[in-house]
Design a protein around this ligand. Structure first.
Ligand code: ADP
Length: 471
């Protein structure tokens, strides 16, 4: 089977979060399972683009409403990522440094999707399945089904994977004129509460919909940022498939971002070296348990509760632990975390921004990882941290339910709590400190976690079954 993935992110080309990690890994595992997976994404102005060699494979032009634009598709020459990687360039629209965050994002991703379909329509042999990811590519199933110019490829099955249903890409109905001419009787496939909702449209029109964990799918029927009824109605074609992690990139024994490699056999000594580096760099006390947070500083992640939780932990539990925060996001949260620096007694620091290598060092050097998420479709951080022997402290939601079992239960290994609330987080921190000082239990928990298998091998089979059923 030949599967074309269409995505806004793909690690290491461009990544803003878990979507990038998944699209950077899943296609390679599909290839390894004996199929052909390709990825097409926008051509941003990234380091990966500059550092690699490319050949032009297609040039075309299309209309978005009245606007005529030209595009080209380039292909990476050496199959560096283990799959064919195509970048689609639309001059002035996509070739920017960031993936998201521009005022014209709706136009950028709409033009991208039109160009992708124009390109696919010109292939001699069409892919067996088009697999789209999140709202940025959520209009492709609608366009394939209902736009006249794609009629001859409308029989290609589509799969939509939802990595995050909070973001839906809402646009006004004026955008309907920017789509290639479509069957007006099908306006209901675009509409959700009087706006064009690309994610809702994807759910309605894709042949199959997957979410990145089974528990998240169950949650979406109760809490989906306005789409609850839709998920209830379409439940028959939805399936939850837990993400895997790329064990080639995320392996403490080979990780290219860390110098002091280790495995389960020498985990204590190995982690200590990375911890020492972190403590030196960020002025932290090596002897205390190191609790870290890595992620977007947004409400979804419960980030605005972190300052209060840390203050409460210091006040009620005592200065018995260190905190190191890495992330960027809402300015208010950034400001509060930054403002807490002066109160540090060698036990608190924060790095504001995106830093891939620091993230790897933190997974390796930390003792605990905080994840008080309100919404966590799958969550990769907890899986990375467990592979690196770092105990996750998670709120029971979405994929965190499917991957972390509290160490208080038989065979458990993490710290879990019920609510995204300061009290629950602080209680989790207290349990972490106690666990850290119970050396035998701590070692047992570490060993159990590091033996868990979160690799893609199992999950990829579920995707292949989905494709097979469609073709
Ligand atoms: P989401 O996609 O919702 O942001 P995930 O847990 O699925 O959350 O994926 C987060 C990914 O982004 C992980 O690989 C994590 O290490 C990375 N990440 C998030 N914030 C940062 C940051 N500030 N610096 C480096 N890596 C980050």
């Amino acid at each position: 089977m030949e599967i074309l993935h269409v995505s806004a992110e793909c690690y290491p080309v461009a990544k803003a979060g878990g979507l990038g990690d998944v699209v950077g890994a899943l296609p390679r595992y599909i290839n390894e399972a004996g199929h052909i997976a390709k990825v097409v994404m926008p051509m941003y102005r990234t380091k990966f683009l500059m550092d690699n060699e490319w050949e032009v494979v297609h040039k075309g032009g299309s209309y978005m409403g009245n606007w005529w634009f030209e595009f080209s598709v380039i292909k990476e020459k050496t199959n560096k990522l283990g799959f064919d990687l195509y970048l689609l360039d639309i001059n002035g629209l996509l070739d920017r440094e960031k993936v998201y965050g521009y005022g014209d994002d709706s136009d950028r991703f709409l033009a991208f999707q039109i160009a992708v379909l124009d390109w696919v329509a010109a292939w001699q042999h069409h892919p067996d399945v088009i697999h789209v990811h999140d709202y940025h590519t959520g209009l492709i199933p609608f366009m394939l089904k209902n736009c006249y110019q794609y009629k001859h490829i409308s029989n290609i099955p589509t799969v939509l994977t939802i990595h995050n249903a909070q973001y839906q890409g809402w646009m006004g109905w004026d955008y309907s004129r920017k789509l290639p001419s479509w069957d007006p009787w099908k306006w209901g496939d675009l509409d959700w509460q009087n706006t064009i909702n690309p994610l809702a449209s994807g759910v309605k029109c894709a042949w199959k919909v997957t979410t990145v964990s089974p528990s998240y799918l169950a949650e979406l029927r109760r809490e989906a940022n306005g789409l609850e009824n839709l998920f209830e109605y379409e439940k028959g074609k939805c399936v939850g498939i837990l993400n895997g992690i790329d064990v080639k990139v995320w392996d403490p024994a080979t990780d290219k971002y860390i110098k002091d490699h280790y495995s389960i056999k020498d985990v204590e000594a190995g982690k200590a070296k990375s911890k020492m580096k972190l403590c030196d760099t960020f002025n932290l006390d090596f002897d205390k348990p190191l609790i870290v947070f890595i992620g977007r500083l947004v409400g979804e992640k419960g980030a605005e509760l972190l300052p209060n939780a840390i203050e409460d932990a210091f006040y009620y539990i005592g200065r018995r632990m260190c905190f190191l925060m890495l992330g960027s996001g809402e300015p208010e949260v950034e400001h509060r975390l930054e403002a807490m620096k002066p109160m540090s007694l060698n036990d608190y620091n924060v790095y504001l921004g995106y830093n891939e290598s620091l993230a790897h060092l933190m997974y390796a050097g930390a003792d605990f990882l905080l994840m008080p998420s309100r919404v966590e479709p799958c969550g990769l951080n907890q899986m990375y941290s467990m592979r690196y022997g770092t105990v996750p402290m998670v709120r029971k939601t979405g994929g965190l339910i499917d991957t972390v079992k509290d160490f208080g239960e038989a065979g458990g290994y993490g710290i879990t709590y019920n609510h995204t609330a300061v009290g629950d987080i602080t209680h989790g921190i207290w349990r972490a400190v106690e666990l850290y000082h119970n050396k035998d239990k701590f070692t047992e928990v570490r060993n159990t976690m590091m033996k868990l298998d979160f690799s893609w091998e199992t999950s990829v089979q579920h995707y292949i079954d989905v494709y097979k059923n469609l073709t």
